[in-house]
Design a binder for this molecule. Structure first.
Ligand code: SF4
Ligand code: SF4
Length: 299
């Protein structure tokens, strides 16, 4: 069994408690316009071109079987309409300017990476987090990895968008020691406009997951002008205050780090001009939400 994985990030501190290894899976069933891992959205590996690393050796022009590398107005571009994502140019590019977003791994290959940091997980209360993309699109692989981790005494968590019918993901969720998910917007039409899908199933699934007896962390990414209104956050906090097993509600500051990756895959960045919120603003938001009685964290 294999799965396409974009990155295995060791010593991760932002994807759950303690020191973690985060596994980023290729492919997502949502299309959030602010995603800071946009290369994980397509369901197959995609070619990424970091122009600033190109040394102009010309190798990619000679190996590409479809002539997708072109000079247009004196600028090196990848013609996305021609590119078949075969990966030949990335294999030949020694400067790191061309890379494929993911490659296939077996469970044992991933476990080899994971077990290197067992000591750090044990000392810090950390473990492994399955992320993406949407990890539950690879549920058989994720379940096999979760079982392998548990066999070696390693705790596992999942970051999921909860946008898949509950009966499909329930078994996968039940194997987790921690579930992390987002509630982005309470208004279905706004949710659809910025993520590609409405929010009813997501809210419903969060409610059902909270009955599994597994600790949960629910987050809202603070996207300027979209999710960051007090009314939106307060309605979500009130919804969560009625559920069981929620460790805390986390407000995630705007993360502009996806910008360079968007450029590398020739994707638009509608939030290019946005910047993270100040700590003062985050603390003020947190204070205003305290009447909902849910534990709130800002990060
Ligand atoms: S192979 Fe890499 S370094 Fe050489 S021209 Fe192509 S992108 Fe630039
Ligand atoms: S991935 Fe393949 S098709 Fe696409 S530009 Fe590179 S060599 Fe050409």
């Amino acid at each position: 069994m294999t799965a396409c994985i974009t990155n295995i990030q060791r010593f991760s501190l932002n994807d759950g408690p303690g020191i973690r290894t985060t596994i980023f899976f290729q492919g997502c069933n949502m299309d959030c316009t602010w995603c800071h891992n946009p290369e994980t959205l397509p369901h197959a590996p995609v070619l990424m071109f970091y122009e600033n690393k190109c040394i102009g050796c010309g190798k990619c022009f000679t190996v590409c079987p479809v002539g997708a590398h072109k000079i247009v107005d004196g600028k090196h571009i990848v013609d996305r309409k021609l590119c078949t994502s075969c990966g030949k140019c990335a294999e030949s590019c020694f400067s790191g300017a061309l890379v494929m977003s993911s490659r296939e791994y077996t469970v044992e290959e991933v476990m080899k990476e994971i077990r290197q940091d067992k000591l750090y997980y044990d000392l810090s209360g950390g473990g492994v987090t399955f992320s993406g993309g949407e990890a539950t699109l690879h549920m058989a692989f994720v379940e096999a990895l979760a079982d392998a981790c548990h066999d070696e005494g390693i705790s596992v968590a999942i970051e999921t968008n909860m946008a898949i019918p509950f009966y499909h993901i329930e078994n996968t969720l039940r194997k987790m020691d921690l579930i992390m998910c987002d509630l982005k917007h309470v208004t279905a039409s706004v949710h659809k406009e910025f993520t590609g899908i409405e929010n009813h199933m997501i809210f419903n699934n969060v409610g059902r997951a909270s009955l599994l007896g597994i600790p949960m962390i629910v987050r809202t990414p603070l996207i300027p002008g979209v999710t960051d209104s007090f009314e939106n956050l307060h309605t979500i906090a009130e919804f969560l205050s009625k559920l069981k097993n929620i460790l805390y509600y986390e407000l995630l500051n705007f993360n502009p780090l996806g910008s360079s990756k968007r450029i590398a895959i020739d994707a638009q960045d509608p939030f290019e001009a946005c910047r993270p919120f100040s700590n003062k603003h985050l603390e003020e938001l947190k204070a205003r939400l305290e009447d909902t009685k849910i534990s709130i964290k800002v990060s």
